[in-house]
Write a protein that binds this ligand. Structure first.
Ligand SMILES: NC(=O)CC[C@H](N)C(=O)O
Length: 339
């Protein structure tokens, strides 16, 4: 059943959820029951350590901008953040260099290709966007610091601000990916050839693999997404996780590129910025309202969690979360959001 972290909130303490619909927490429970036995999809096994996960794990969490967290299923289970990390690393690179410079190294065009496609923009030689692997490696290579340790520490500190507590890198997933990630290594070499990343590519790749191997729970991810919904401020600790100036940049690329070669259909049907990762998580942001996270390791052919997509689709439809839904969304949020 749905757990709220604050017992008083049984009476629906969150004004945000109260505005959308009092039935919101109960609906999370319903969705969990409905999809928990859905066995479609496959676990990512190209990173050997990831193939060890239990495919039945499943959790849904929602964190509101007023600091309430609703959670159902295996919400405290830790797993690696994988590509959902790209969202947060992009924010750090923007803070380190500003929009104009980052745009010279990484574009903002959707690719329509798989997350691990080895392609660069023909004209500019930039990777297409920061949400696919090539763009994420280029983004990570921009993170400032005197040496590898300082860069890693700055990355971990950035995560700490979003999550509200210290996080760590899972060494077995990190080393598993480092020793098998030749495709990512090939992309880094290609970008080095075109001057899109600087000399130390093994260091940039290590930081990228570490950033992907940070352990989070579904609950952590919902809070991280809620910080993006809340002008960059962690709604529980009140700490500014990312400069509010860059929230719109982050959410824009999540909206257009976050779900890879499913991004167009996602924008059309679900209509909120989101990002998936091959460990089976999806984060979604309803700006000004809440962060949503789903964890279920069974993936579809594009590398997106099967149950995660279904849960987000149902939540969006039921509560009018689509940004352009004139019954809900930003047109009329909450007035008529529940059909
Ligand atoms: N889509 C993903 O989550 C991919 C992340 C993974 N670390 C990789 O680089 O392949």
């Amino acid at each position: 059943m749905v757990h709220s972290e604050n017992q008083e909130s049984k009476s629906l303490k969150s004004e945000i959820l109260g505005i959308i619909a009092p039935s919101f927490p109960a609906f999370l429970d319903e969705l969990h029951c409905k999809y928990k036995n859905l066995g479609d999809g496959a676990i990512a096994d190209y990173i050997p350590e990831l193939s060890k996960v239990n495919p039945d794990l499943f959790s849904i969490c929602v964190a509101t901008v007023d600091g309430e967290v609703y959670q159902v299923g295996d919400f405290n289970r830790l797993f690696t953040i994988q590509s959902m990390s790209k969202v947060f690393a992009y924010g750090l690179a923007l803070e380190d260099h500003g929009r104009d410079y980052v745009l010279t190294r990484v574009g903002v065009e959707p690719t329509g290709d798989a997350f691990n496609a080895i392609i660069l923009d023909e004209q500019s030689k930039r990777p297409y966007n920061p949400m696919v692997n090539a763009g994420a490696i280029a983004t990570t290579s921009l993170i400032k610091g005197k040496g590898a340790t300082e860069r890693l520490n700055r990355m971990l500190d950035m995560y700490r601000r979003y999550v509200g507590k210290d996080v760590y890198v899972d060494m077995s997933v990190f080393t598993s990916e480092r020793s098998t990630g030749h495709r990512n290594r090939a992309m880094a070499h290609l970008m080095l050839n075109f001057g899109m990343i600087d000399g130390h590519i093994e260091e940039a790749l290590d930081l990228y693999f570490q950033q992907c191997a940070v352990m989070v729970s579904c609950r952590d991810l919902a809070v991280m997404a809620a910080a993006l919904a809340n002008k960059g401020v962690n709604p529980i600790t009140g700490e500014q996780a990312v400069d509010s100036r860059y929230v719109k940049d982050i959410l824009s690329v999540m909206y257009t590129c976050g779900m890879y070669n499913f991004a167009g259909e996602w924008a059309y049907k679900i209509g909120i910025p989101a990002k998936s990762g091959v460990s089976g998580g999806i984060i979604a942001v309803v700006p000004g309202k809440m962060g949503i996270a789903v964890f279920s390791p069974l993936l579809d052919s594009r590398g997106n969690s099967v149950r995660g997509v279904k849960v987000c689709e149902e939540l969006s439809q039921k509560f009018g979360l689509h940004m352009f839904d004139c019954r809900g969304g930003s047109f009329n949020f909450g007035q008529n959001g529940c059909n």
